[in-house]
Design a protein around this ligand. Structure first.
Ligand code: KE4
Length: 429
């Protein structure tokens, strides 16, 4: 058994200072019956906690660190940038540069606005869809999570699903009523909804590869139905690619599925581990944003030079060859883990798209939140506790997704297969 002594002591102090002792709920390890692990540092694919334990990291700060922790080029660029100052509240060339880079990967983003989180990106995109269409209703899908703005905290995934909250207290009823929800991957349900409310719907926001109810890729026919319905009824189609962007494919789900949204939100990878989000899309829609238009958006630290530089130095290092290498590693991992689970009689399903992967203790298929709920959550807890003891760092919730970085090696994959196999053989079913 490895020791978590210092983390346990640190957590005793943290719970006096912050709700749940954390600054984001899923980090609290509440539903895996453990004290959260306090991290000392990260380097490449590894994390090191304050008790000196080392881990192979598949969380990667919930997606951003596609180059792994403390990438040499990112760190050097930040050190060179920080001496010039940390924030100006004025335009810098770095903002032009990152927008040009993002456009190279996501050409549907004809114009964009930088913000400081995925929540700000999706909140702003929803406001823009409402302002542009002069309609109020928004559609989201059960189990998808788009950050914690009021309109989007309805039937949401991620931490809400983890803690069994379907709509957060504090969201005014009249706001929640403007958010319509239907099951993910359900063409009939969304078609029926549009038949009844189509001319009231400002926009549809969707995770085109869902990562917040566990890992659930959309069916192409579902996304095509969203595209056809929003075009027919004059609603805005928003692809929330905060997680799937630069992850399911170097050019995001819109490239993987060849379906073009009206607006896209990004985050995580484009900040390289610093606080960045962005929303953007059709020029005709984006020109409604202040000061060109009247839909208000602002932000003191939007386009922050340090965050821009971390994002630029991350995006500049991305190329198809490294994506193919990461995807091949996950092909091998998924095949081996499925075989190990089958051999040990563990009900398990696993899959990946590009550099994001997920598994369920469920025989599958898993196509929506209701399917996810059939998974064995108690086994997940026992399994999580076993593998973390063996140095494999996974998301502490069955409603999250795992990732890989350019720094993960074949030896890491071998180790992960070994630990998962031992867990399948030894963890009480
Ligand atoms: P942030 O505000 O946390 O930067 O982004 C919100 C967001 C928006 N859209 C999607 C698809 C997202 O996955 C997220 C945030 N993802 C979670 C992980 N499930 C962040 C981790 C956390 O909440 O601590």
């Amino acid at each position: 058994m490895i020791s978590f002594e210092k983390s346990i002591a640190a957590y005793k102090e943290a719970v006096k200072l912050m709700p749940g002792g954390v600054n984001s709920p899923v980090r609290a390890y509440k539903n895996v019956d453990m004290t959260p692990i306090f991290i000392e540092r990260g380097k490449n694919q590894n994390l090191y906690d304050i008790d000196g334990n080392a881990y192979i990291d598949y969380v990667l700060s919930w997606g951003p660190l596609i180059l792994g922790h403390a990438d040499d080029e990112v760190i050097k660029a930040l050190k060179d940038t920080i001496d010039k100052g940390t924030s100006f509240g004025a335009p810098t060339l770095l903002e032009n540069k990152i927008a040009e880079l993002v456009q190279k990967f996501v050409p549907s983003m004809e114009m964009m606005r930088m913000v400081s989180s995925g929540t700000e990106a999706t909140m702003s995109a929803v406001r823009l869809a409402r302002g542009y269409t002069k309609r109020d209703k928004i559609v989201k899908f059960i189990g998808c999570y788009h950050g914690h703005s009021d309109s989007l905290l309805v039937d949401a995934g991620s931490g809400l699903a983890t803690f069994d909250i379907n709509t957060s207290p504090g969201v005014p009823k009249n706001v929640a009523l403007e958010t319509l929800t239907v099951p993910y991957n359900d063409e009939a349900a969304i078609t029926d909804l549009f038949k009844r409310h189509g001319d009231e719907i400002a926009g549809v926001i969707v995770e085109p590869v869902a990562g917040n109810m566990g890992f659930v890729p959309a069916k192409k026919s579902f996304l095509q139905t969203l595209r056809d319905l929003t075009t027919k009824y004059g609603s805005v189609l928003i692809f929330d690619e905060v997680m799937s962007g630069f992850r399911c494919d170097m050019r995001g789900a819109q490239h993987l599925y060849d379906i073009k949204p009206d607006l896209t939100t990004l985050g995580k990878v484009i900040g390289g581990g610093l606080p960045v989000g962005t929303f953007g899309g059709k020029r005709e829609i984006m020109k409604n944003i202040t000061p060109d238009g009247k839909v208000y958006h602002a932000g003191t630290l939007s386009g922050n030079p340090l965050a821009m530089m971390a994002g630029i130095k991350t995006l500049e290092q991305l190329n198809q060859e490294t994506y193919d290498q990461m995807s091949a590693k996950l092909d091998r991992l998924c095949t081996a883990l499925q075989a190990a689970a089958d051999k040990n009689g563990v009900t398990f399903t696993i899959r990946h798209r590009g550099t994001m992967w997920g598994y369920f203790f469920n025989k599958g298929p898993v196509e929506n939140f209701a399917d996810v709920q059939k998974s064995d959550k108690d086994y997940f807890t026992r399994f999580f506790q076993y593998v973390i003891q063996r140095g494999i760092y996974l998301a502490p919730s069955p409603y999250e997704t795992s990732f890989i970085s350019t720094k993960h090696t074949d030896a890491d994959i071998d180790k992960t297969i070994e630990v998962f196999s031992d867990a399948f053989a030894n963890v009480e079913k």
